[in-house]
Write a protein that binds this ligand. Structure first.
Ligand code: FEO
Length: 173
């Protein structure tokens, strides 16, 4: 089936696949950063998050294919290699999620402007997902702030986050 939408929507969807893939790359780099520091719970949490971001990209990829929209994949920027202390890493992750939320909202606004109802519904899923992600990462940021320089408290949180499988959400943090 042909993509029944303005080409601007198709291009924006294409661009957003790259943003989700970059997020996967960023969290994978954070996972490696924590592995080196033997903070294996944080590393596992970030690895699971990277996998989720990849699923987000695939969700858009599949949606575009279902609608016959030409997917054109672009280059993905390299993420940083150093992230500092756990608090700084999770603060960076939260900042990144806020940027992604803004991009999702712009995508939704564009779909509304172009009367693309199917894309609006697809993007609504992402709007909800961003609320979950900002909440989950924000909670970890709060807990790391409470821990401060207390290494025992940071290690306890690291152990707690090791319980994460793949899904993000309150029950997992
Ligand atoms: Fe797929 Fe974390 O946004």
């Amino acid at each position: 089936m042909l993509f029944r939408s303005d080409d601007a929507v198709r291009k924006a969807l294409n661009g957003h696949i790259g943003k989700e893939l970059y997020a996967a790359y960023l969290y994978l780099a954070m996972s490696a950063h924590f592995e080196v520091k033997s903070l294996l719970g944080f590393a596992k949490w970030m690895r699971a998050q990277a996998r989720e971001e990849l699923e987000h990209a695939m969700r858009l990829f599949d949606y575009m294919n279902r609608r016959g929209a030409a997917v054109g994949l672009g280059a993905i920027d390299a993420p940083p290699a150093e992230f500092g202390a756990p608090l700084r890493s999770f603060e960076s992750a939260l900042e990144h999620e806020k940027v992604v939320s803004g991009l999702i909202h712009e995508l939704y606004d564009l779909a509304v402007e172009k009367h693309d109802h199917a894309t609006q519904l697809e993007i609504q899923w992402f709007i909800n997902e961003q609320v979950e992600e900002e909440d989950s990462i924000g909670t970890i940021v709060d807990q790391l702030r409470m821990a401060g320089d207390n290494e025992a408290a940071i290690l306890m949180l690291d152990r707690e986050l090791a319980a994460r499988t793949t899904e993000i959400g309150r029950a997992h943090v």
